[in-house]
Write a new protein. Structure first.
Length: 284
């Protein structure tokens, strides 16, 4: 029988002996470490670690938690153990611009993103045909000031019903309420159409064009009540020139947004992103 893969992520105050204590217990449980990453934040004295390992068939997450209890108690660790054989479930929010959505769907289809798209939710019906072709449930819920709270509650119910592990805002042009942002904290990723914090609001690439910028970019970050100021996961920029039109800027921006969002989602789903206050630790 094939070995089982698990991923352990942990954080705690930095002290001598953490790595030795954890790896000793994993070895005693029959684990073979396939990948290990660690980082010490000198400013906060916090230690972060991610270990991917394989164990004999029949080993459960409960078995591993029991095996690690001694070092967890000794160092006051916060840990999470994920079954690497389980395919994460993602729920995608989109409005009219569908480039990021299409890229996510394609990357799940070819297996680069090891995930299942369990639903697409939109405030428009533009992407309904795409969902039908892919066999993905589609929910068109127009949002206005009067029904915003009701629609957000429906979204939370859908997240629970589908067992979605991650909510992705793929150019979803609705601002989530503080309440929803808090309830989805650490489980919702947004793509912002600029190298934050520049050019907020409508037609950002046209704003960039008018200002004659030489770099445009995109930022993927976790959703928080502070609009577009959540912990950053991934960013990318690309050079542009005076010879390009505003439409060229838009086309370049679409490509960057799609790539950056997909990479951020992949990093999150592979448990490579750890919160560190207002920042993130990203193990590539």
């Amino acid at each position: 029988m094939a070995l089982q893969t698990f991923i352990l992520v942990l954080s705690c105050d930095d002290k001598p002996g953490i790595v030795a204590a954890v790896t000793t217990e994993l070895a005693a449980a029959g684990a073979n470490i396939a990948e290990s990453n660690q980082y010490r934040d000198m400013q906060s004295n916090q230690f972060f670690m991610r270990i991917a390992f394989q164990v004999p068939p029949g080993t459960s997450r409960d078995d591993l938690e029991r095996a690690l209890k001694a070092p967890v108690d000794r160092f006051g660790m916060k840990i999470s153990i994920t079954d690497g054989g389980r395919k994460p479930r993602i729920l995608i929010l989109v409005s009219k611009f569908d480039h990021a959505l299409l890229h996510l769907i394609y990357q799940t289809r070819v297996g680069w993103l090891n995930a299942e798209v369990v639903a697409i939710v939109s405030n428009h019906n533009d992407s309904q045909r795409t969902a039908e072709l892919e066999g993905i449930p589609y929910y068109c819920w127009p949002v206005n000031k009067e029904n915003k709270a009701e629609k957000e509650e429906k979204l939370l119910q859908l997240v629970q019903e589908t067992g979605a592990d991650l909510v992705i805002l793929a150019r979803y042009m609705q601002v989530l309420s503080d309440n929803l942002s808090k309830r989805l904290y650490g489980k919702a990723i947004n793509i912002h159409h600029s190298f934050l914090p520049s050019f907020k609001g409508a037609k950002p690439y046209h704003q960039a064009y008018e200002r004659g910028v030489k770099l445009i970019g995109a930022t993927a970050h976790y959703v928080t009540p502070d609009l577009d100021e959540g912990p950053i996961i991934e960013q990318e920029t690309e050079r542009v020139t005076h010879a390009m039109t505003a439409e060229d800027f838009v086309a370049t921006g679409r490509d960057i947004e799609s790539r950056v969002l997909a990479r951020a989602v992949k990093l999150h789903l592979e448990n490579r992103v750890m919160m560190n206050g207002h920042k993130t630790i990203v193990f590539q």
